[in-house]
Design a protein around this ligand. Structure first.
Ligand code: SF4
Ligand code: SF4
Length: 279
């Protein structure tokens, strides 16, 4: 393992937290800067401009094409960078950038702290079949096409959070849309832990479409593993309750690296990130 890899693995979680906090601050800073006519960076997680570069959520690009029934080259270009990042690094938008994931992680971290060790289940789980992932996305696309409404904008958690923060700064109030975010979090807390990011979010599904055999993913080397079926901490720390020791974490895995982090720091270094796994 190179020195750089070692450096990154040892600080993986810290680096991710810096990124998440930085993004949350940025979401607040953008409308404040814009308010003072500083417009180098404008927009939300639906679409954003940094200098002369435009970026757009690929889901919004697809939705616009479906609604307008036309393909605009500048729009495709705006969706290109997020797609390239996904092709290289998988769903790191979810784990390093998305404000909804940052908020959800914080809430579940708080819940874990309050409940303590009693809430922990250490037995290994099986990864869900990939087709569950496509059902909600298929329904979203169908609603967009049949009713001709931008349904995926209405349920884009990162888009809603960033646009509501902008509204709060600009007009001093937030819309009812924020209730959807609150409702998702309450349902996740009470009934289905992290169900939105795991199965339902169209943004997460769209990102996961852009992967190939060299897209970054978690690699497991069984001969180095010091855990067992009863004590599987890599499985326990996974917020989406995936099992990185088994095949089938894709397309659900958001490459957060929490399993890699704990394995590298406390166990046999059996989990690493790789760009070489066959899919
Ligand atoms: S699945 Fe959706 S809400 Fe969850 S982290 Fe990814 S983009 Fe954000
Ligand atoms: S399998 Fe590992 S990298 Fe993937 S989401 Fe779970 S903890 Fe994160």
């Amino acid at each position: 393992m190179s020195k750089l890899e070692l450096f990154v693995y040892r600080r993986l979680k810290l680096l991710r937290r810096f990124s998440q906090i930085g993004i949350l601050l940025l979401i607040v800073a953008i409308p404040i800067l814009n308010h003072f006519q500083i417009t180098f960076i404008i927009g939300t997680f639906y679409s954003m401009s940094i200098g002369h570069l435009d970026f757009a959520d690929p889901t919004m690009v697809l939705q616009t094409i479906l609604l307008q029934k036309q393909i605009y080259f500048p729009l495709l270009l705006a969706g290109a960078l997020p797609i390239i990042i996904s092709l290289l690094f998988g769903r790191i938008f979810c784990s390093w950038i998305c404000p909804f994931n940052a908020i959800a992680e914080f809430i579940f971290w708080m819940q874990k702290k309050i409940k303590g060790k009693k809430s922990r289940k250490l037995s290994e789980v099986k990864n869900p079949r990939p087709h569950y992932f496509w059902i909600a996305f298929g329904i979203s696309i169908t609603i967009v096409m049949v009713f001709g409404i931008p349904f995926m904008s209405y349920i884009s958690a990162p888009g809603l959070i960033s646009s509501q923060v902008a509204d709060a700064v600009f007009i001093g109030q937030v819309g009812l849309e924020i209730l959807l975010i609150a409702a998702i979090l309450i349902v996740e807390l009470i009934l289905f832990r992290r169900v939105w990011c795991k199965y339902l979010c169209p943004i997460g599904v769209m990102i996961s479409l852009f992967r190939f055999k060299h897209t970054m993913n978690v690699k497991f080397e069984a001969d180095k593993c010091t855990g067992n079926r009863k004590i599987s901490w890599c499985n326990e720390v996974c917020q989406l309750k995936l099992n990185p020791k088994q095949n089938g974490t894709s397309p659900y895995c958001i490459n957060c690296g929490d399993c890699v982090d704990i394995c590298q720091k406390k166990f046999g270094k059996a989990l690493t990130f790789t760009f070489h796994k066959e899919i």
